[in-house]
Structures are given as C-alpha cells and as structure tokens.
Design a protein around this ligand. Structure first.
Ligand code: GLY
Length: 394
C-alpha cells in the first residue's frame, strides 16, 4: 500500500501491541517488504504467557460458530508449514506437538453433551471418533475409572505459546522489524485518517498504516473514533501448571479435556514435562488475581478426570485476559477509520489463529484487499449500520 503521505522516516506499518498476533502481523508484513515497527513495553508477553496452546479447532467447536470454524481450520492447516518456517528462521523449538486430543465424559450429562458435540462435528464434516470408556482408558491409562466415553480427535494438536511468542520476537528482529519497548498512548488522526501514535513518553510516530493488535486492551487506545474502536472486552482465564517428572513414567500422551459440571477443563502435557491445566472463563473486568476458588475448581475438575495429578509437583498459577468479542470471533482488517487496521478479538483462539492472521493481515497491508477467508471477520460487521462513514461489509 502506498506511503506517500508518511514522512521519510515513518514506517509503512506501525503495530500497536507485541503479543503473538501483533508480532506475526509484523513479521509477515516485513517479509512482504513493508518497513514495520512494533510497539509494546514487553514484546512476547500478554495472553500467550498464560495460554495452554491447544490448537483445538474440532474439540472447541460450538453451536452457531461454523463460520469461525472455517477460519480455525484454515489456520490449523497452515500450522505445520508455519511452525517449520518459524523454527527455520529463528532456530527456536516451538514445542509444536502433533499429539491429538481426547475429550471425555464423566457422567451421563457430560456424555450427552459430548454426543451432541460429536453430532455437530459430523454434520460439519470433521474427523472425530467416538470411544467407549474402556477404549479411552486404553489410550490414556491415567484416566479415572469412571470415564463414560469420549471423542478421539487426532487433528487437534498443541504448541507452547511462550516459545511461539519468543520465536516471533526473534523472527521480527531478524526480518528487520523495529521493536520498540514502549506503549502507544494515543492514536493520531488527521483528515479522517489514522496517521500514527503518540507513545507513553510523548514521542509522536507517524506511519502509513496503524495496526491495532492490543489484545484485550485494544478497545482502550485513546484517540480512536468511537465507530472505529473495537468492541473487545477482557475475559479472564486462570491456569495452573504442574510438572511431570520422568520418575512418574508416561503420564498423558495427548491433550485430555472434559466438561465437568458445566465447566471446561483441559490438561495439556508438554514434551518438556510441563502439564498445563486450564482454564477458568470469567467476566471480571481487568482483574488478573489468581484466586483460591479458581485454582480449587481447576484442580478439583482435573483430579476428577486424572486422579494421579495430586502426586505431581505444583509449579505455577497465572491469570490472563482473553480479548473477547461480541460474537467470539476476531476482528481482522480495515476499521471505519482509514489507515487503522484491526487484528484483535481472538478470544479463545489466538494461538490457533496466529498463522492465518499473519497471512491475511500482511495481504491486506500490502494490497488493500482482505483475502476471502477473512472477509466474514471484517470489523465493519459491528459498525456497518451505525454510521454514515462506514462502508458496506465485504
Ligand atoms: N482455548 C482455550 C482457552 O481459551 O481457555
């Protein structure tokens, strides 16, 4: 996209937010020849520091989210090449593990819920196999004896989001992205167009295009006109980490998950011996306190699933904020303000959607065209009928 209006020293693209979404956007933009700057006081931190890293397009399918499923599957298909390219570019091991997932039921209600999910998966043409309780335990011997049945999904994998984020920081730096460790205080606008930002220390930075990729904070950047501000809210998730020392032998060979008394719980075993147990989903505003109740519920439900977890060393608890959107789907592409592009609102799917987000944003930033797979996720779906300035959604 042309940058004639920007000063000689202004980058083509200024990315506000250096979480995995901002970083992948910057990396892909730089690879396309755009001069790119990322602003973040702590690049590579954010929600990726908390996330378990499930790539769960099939097991996290929900009724009414078939459009999102298409984008999730498109990103899942890109993961093998994306991970290989990122490792090649940086030398980082991403903890990408093609291990599959087993979703199990502990009682008759859970079983009915899982049967419904299976029916929806089958209607959507997805690969998921129903197993008896005994077959589940044959696959994962640490499962509770009471498991009543489950769904084997060999296509839902995992990656370590902390390693992914660190690799993306390195990839950006190697691709020539300028990573500035500061926060954007305010968007600058002139003549109905975003022109850059003012940073926390009062420095003004111009840019050809500004990408707002601030995760749950994306709706709080000052200076963004109301009709361009993304309707993103924080959705708190608490997570517990345990260790699986070698002396315990193989503990779990794949991600195991369930809905226990209406709450989702998942156990993600990493090759490095870490076991991540998540996650709560709480509407608590900006609170990131780890609570006794949150940890208790996670351990209680995980214990119901895999009783042996009580023997494992406890290593960490943490809470993060998912960027939730009104329809649980991301906002990708041009906002109602020219020059301001959004890459936010990924909610429960930020890690999964990282590859496709980088690709579609880089395409838009380079050509001005949003690829077909991203068009249902235009931010304009939330503003199209509310302002005269907004064009029709693509
Ligand atoms: N995708 C898992 C979570 O958001 O908890």
């Amino acid at each position: 996209m042309p940058t004639a209006h920007a000063s000689r020293r202004s980058p083509d693209v200024l990315v506000v937010g250096g979480g995995i979404i901002g970083l992948v956007t910057a990396w892909r933009a730089a690879q396309r020849g755009l001069s790119t700057t990322v602003l973040d006081p702590e690049p590579g931190a954010g929600a990726a520091r908390v996330a378990a890293g499930m790539l769960a397009a099939v097991t996290e399918l929900h009724h009414g989210e078939q459009t999102l499923l298409g984008l999730n599957l498109a990103s899942a298909r890109r993961y093998p090449d994306f991970a290989a390219e990122l490792t090649e570019a940086t030398g980082h091991d991403l903890g990408y593990r093609r291990c599959g997932t087993l979703a199990v039921a502990l009682d008759a209600d859970d079983r009915a819920h899982l049967r419904e999910l299976h029916a929806l998966q089958q209607r959507s043409g997805l690969d998921a196999q129903w197993l008896s309780g005994r077959e589940c335990r044959r696959l994962e011997p640490m499962l509770a004896p009471g498991v009543r049945g489950g769904l084997r999904v060999d296509g839902d994998h995992q990656i370590d989001p902390r390693r992914l984020a660190a690799a993306l920081v390195t990839a950006c730096e190697r691709a020539g992205v300028e990573v500035r460790r500061t926060w954007a205080e305010r968007l600058t606008v002139a003549g109905e167009r975003a022109t850059g930002v003012v940073t926390a220390d009062g420095t003004g930075l111009g840019a050809g295009q500004v990408v707002l990729a601030g995760g749950s904070l994306s709706g709080r950047l000052a200076g963004v006109p109301a009709d361009a501000l993304p309707p993103v809210r924080p959705v708190k998730g608490q997570v517990v980490r345990l260790a699986m020392p070698d002396r315990f032998g193989p503990f779990l060979s794949r991600t195991v998950r369930a809905v226990v008394r209406g709450s989702h719980v998942y156990l993600v075993p990493r090759e490095n011996g870490e076991l991540v147990i998540g996650a709560t989903s709480e509407e608590q505003g900006w609170d990131t306190t780890v609570t006794a109740g949150g940890v208790y519920e996670l351990l209680r439900d995980a214990h119901a699933l895999v009783p042996g977890i009580t023997e494992l060393p406890f290593t960490e608890t943490r809470a993060g904020l998912r960027p939730g959107s009104p329809d649980n789907a991301p906002l990708l592409g041009p906002s109602a303000l020219a020059g301001l592009v959004l890459a936010t609102g990924h909610h429960r799917n930020g890690v999964l959607l990282t590859p496709v987000t980088g690709d579609v944003l880089a395409e838009f930033l380079t050509t001005g065209d949003l690829p077909a797979e991203a068009r249902p996720f235009t931010p304009r779906r939330f503003t199209a009928t509310t302002t005269a300035r907004t064009e029709q959604p693509a």
